[in-house]
Design a protein. Structure first.
Length: 183
């Protein structure tokens, strides 16, 4: 058996406990269904949420679906200004004999816009999902240009507190551990 990973994401409507649990349950159920899995096939599941989702841990929904003996972990995504809001993501590690190409990644609701190349519009859908994805795609060039125009670019000559020294400023001590000289 090989260890494989399946990705997925779902966008929820609000930062409310019921929305986070419901969206996560839909996501986990759809991943399991599309890949013909049972909880015993799972090795571990990592859930992340965008920083605007704090009402509940997504892992609670997985426990409610029968993932009792599977290690689950929740984390927060980095706060990227142009990121799609209210998104729960998962990375599920499984044991399977199937090749990587046979696995089905799942992107539901507005999160389908994150991976249009692999997210067919199937499974539980909202009536306005097509409209939402269209709005996201139309806004993408605008968001991208705003992000590029306002991005903070590192100053290569900056040597403030916490700056990482350039390779020419590093030194190795006589021991095997690497030490950094202060700038």
């Amino acid at each position: 058996m090989a260890v494989r990973a399946i990705r997925g994401a779902v966008q929820v409507d609000t930062d409310e406990r019921s929305a986070v649990l419901g969206g996560t349950a839909d996501l986990v159920t759809e991943v399991m269904t599309r890949n013909s899995l049972v909880p015993d096939d799972a090795i571990s599941v990592l859930f992340t949420t965008t920083p605007d989702l704090t009402a509940e841990f997504p892992a609670v929904a997985a426990r409610d679906l029968g993932f009792h003996d599977v290690p689950l972990l929740c984390a927060s995504e980095i706060a990227v200004p142009s990121a799609l809001p209210r998104v729960v993501r998962l990375l599920m590690h499984i044991e399977t004999d199937r090749p990587r190409s046979a696995l089905r990644h799942v992107y539901l609701r507005g999160a389908a816009a994150l991976r249009l190349d692999i997210a067919p519009m199937t499974g539980p859908a909202r009536a306005d999902e097509g409209r939402i994805v269209g709005e996201i795609l139309r806004a993408a060039p605008l968001v991208s240009s705003i992000t590029q125009a306002t991005a903070i670019r590192p100053d290569p000559d900056h040597h403030g507190a916490g700056a990482v020294p350039r390779p020419s400023e590093r030194s190795l001590s006589t021991s095997t551990s690497r030490r950094w000289r202060s700038p």
